[in-house]
Design a protein around this ligand. Sequence first.
Ligand code: AMP
Ligand code: GLY
Length: 425
Amino acid sequence: MKVLVVGGGGREHALCWKLKRSPSVTEVICAPGNPGIAREARCLNVGAEDIEGLMKLALQERPDLVVIGPEVPLVLGLGNQLREEGFPVFGPDKAAANLEGSKSFSKRLMYEAGVPTARFEVHVDVEEAVETIRSWGAPIVVKASGLAAGKGVIVAQSEKEAIDAVRDMLAGNSFGDAGSQVVIEECLVGEEASCLFIVSGDTIIPLASSQDHKALLDGDQGPNTGGMGAYSPAPCVTPEVEATVLETIARPIVAALKKRGAEFIGILYAGVMLTDDGAKTLEFNVRFGDPECQPLMRRLKSDLGEVLLAAANRKLDGVSLEWEEGTALCVVVTSDGDPASFEKGQVIGGLDAVEAAGAAVFHAGTAEKDGAIVNAGGRVLGVTAVAGSVKEAQATDYAALEKLEWPGGFYRKVIGYRAVAREKR
Ligand code: AMP
Ligand code: GLY
């Protein structure tokens, strides 16, 4: 079959890489793709948020399956339009994508469905929000309700920090429209994990567990980013935790959506905090996590095309997934200075040497200029190695990264430190 992948980041590179290696897939095309994806797929120059352009493209190319990578086209209703034209689509319709598109909707639905999550309030008025912050005290969490590319969450250590964040969001200075409603949450404490599920109607299959590193700097310091690295499996997700997240979080939220007439087909991503009080939901996403998708695709043994098509066609029941033993660990390389400022167009060398040293390189914000790969965005590369243990995967990955020739690149030096410590114990 011919598969169209929508998107052009590290997640989509990993998906295209895996789809190209799927026996059921004869051709992979990608819109818009990137120079790394071009090694796996025919890239077509239509942006992932250009819904009209993507519809035209689908009607011309007639793929047998469309896989939608990022959240924005899902929230804009690309899934609905493609399904109306009869395409099998992996990715939810707009109504179900709202679970990610609106944190206020998502939190209310969690409460309605009895899904464990932090106490919260939704505010549009600055003074009322400030009153809540003063009465709850710090630490406290402030979130822009709308989509903010993983950056709209402030875990405030002081009331002042929280109040400044609320004022900034509601004044429309940061996150624009996405910040016109804020969610204020109780601060949860514990270890975080990403629990992803393939969902097709009532059938829900857990993917291997993973853990992301959202903070910019080592020791989980600095502001939250879209993700600085990830590994799979996450040892903190024991079989008991996995079962709890499936039964108390994934099933009830999918059922609550269905009750509202929103059937879910795609990836349900539950970001969970493993607190002393059990697993609590931090957020839902409606797509593969990035970077989590990169180590996951390196570990998946099953035919990805076949699995996603089965989900798209509501035939997921009875499908099971097979994974490589061991650990896959991904380090994200960003443009140094991101998110504040950095120069684009810096030449990145040594990519073949990184791969020769045993790691896979997935591209995100890269471009091609005069035959060279250059940086074109904040998050630029994901470098993933697979090995028997977290420690070995970490060692292989960082040794491979030594071969990278890019002085303007930045990456965290100890992705996976929690799992390594756990392995030692
Ligand atoms: P979200 O996009 O909602 O997952 O938030 C991004 C990150 O902020 C999460 O991965 C957590 O590290 C942190 N976070 C979000 N909500 C909370 C909370 N209620 N308590 C503590 N940390 C949180
Ligand atoms: N890695 C976090 C996310 O994809 O939202």
